[in-house]
Design a protein around this ligand. Structure first.
Ligand code: APR
Length: 228
């Protein structure tokens, strides 16, 4: 059975109304990474960081999956393919569409204790000093992988890529490692590689094939062609 690994980035959720990071007017044009997406920023100003993720959590909770998420769910549920979705996205749109996904950058729906690593479902609004249900310390934070922290599930992801026949990256700029290096791992593994994006990414040169256009249109067409 052909094994497919799909890597998704913010571009797949753009047409669900969730802003990307590095496109014009994106999140990193409005916020400083070092203030809202680093452990040091959280230590300096936890209220600012909780406010940033509370707003994103509310947006994600109000969003619905688009045709690209639904098409990937269809592919994952189809007979004849072994499909692993690895996402850098912290929204829950793959799951809402009926997929299972490996969340390498964490999830907005999760809370993490900075003291004991216990995880629990995040309330819609997290507050400064959010108490950990396990150790009771006031050290709850969003379960998001920040810059300078190690992404989750790296061994599992490497194993999937090493065994895949096809690696597809959808809506990611290829600017953030380690995810940006997955295409090279797939090339070393002898897999076919496909990039789906509105435009060239920083890693386009490493992909064999390219489909250019909005994910909500290109992904369903590509899935239809595979399942035909
Ligand atoms: N369809 C397809 N691709 C799109 C669409 C769309 N409708 N809209 C935007 N894109 C593409 C852009 O061309 C760009 O290549 O999606 C990509 C978005 O890039 P980024 O904003 O850099 O998002 P991403 O690659 O997911 O970022 C990686 O950076 O800060 C972090 O942790 C954060 O997980 C995130 C990581």
């Amino acid at each position: 059975m052909p094994k497919i690994v799909l890597l998704t980035g913010a571009g797949i959720s753009a047409e669900s109304g969730l802003g990307t990071f590095r496109d014009e007017g994106g999140l990193w044009a409005q916020h400083r990474i070092e203030d809202v997406a680093t452990p040091e920023g959280f230590a300096r100003n936890p209220a600012l960081v909780h406010g940033f993720y509370n707003a994103r959590r509310a947006q994600a909770a109000a969003a619905t999956p688009n045709a690209a998420h639904h098409a990937l769910a269809r592919l994952q549920q189809a007979d004849g393919f072994d499909v692993t979705i690895v996402t850098q996205n912290v929204d829950g749109l793959h799951e809402m569409a009926g997929s299972t996904a490996i969340h390498m950058h964490g999830e907005l729906s999760g809370a993490l204790c900075a003291a004991c690593d216990h995880r629990w479902p995040a309330p819609l609004e997290m507050s400064v000093g959010e108490p950990c249900p396990a150790c009771k310390a006031p050290t709850g934070r969003p379960d998001i992988v920040w810059f300078g922290e190690m992404p989750y599930h790296m061994d599992t992801i490497a194993d999937h890529i090493a065994e895949c026949d096809l690696f597809v990256a959808i809506g990611t700029s290829g600017q953030v490692y380690p995810a940006a290096g997955f295409v090279q791992e797939a090339n070393y593994a002898g897999a076919h590689t496909l990039e789906i994006n509105l435009r060239d990414s920083d890693t386009s040169h490493a992909f064999r094939d390219h489909l250019v256009g909005p994910a909500s249109q290109v992904v369903p067409r590509w899935v239809d062609s595979l399942l035909a």
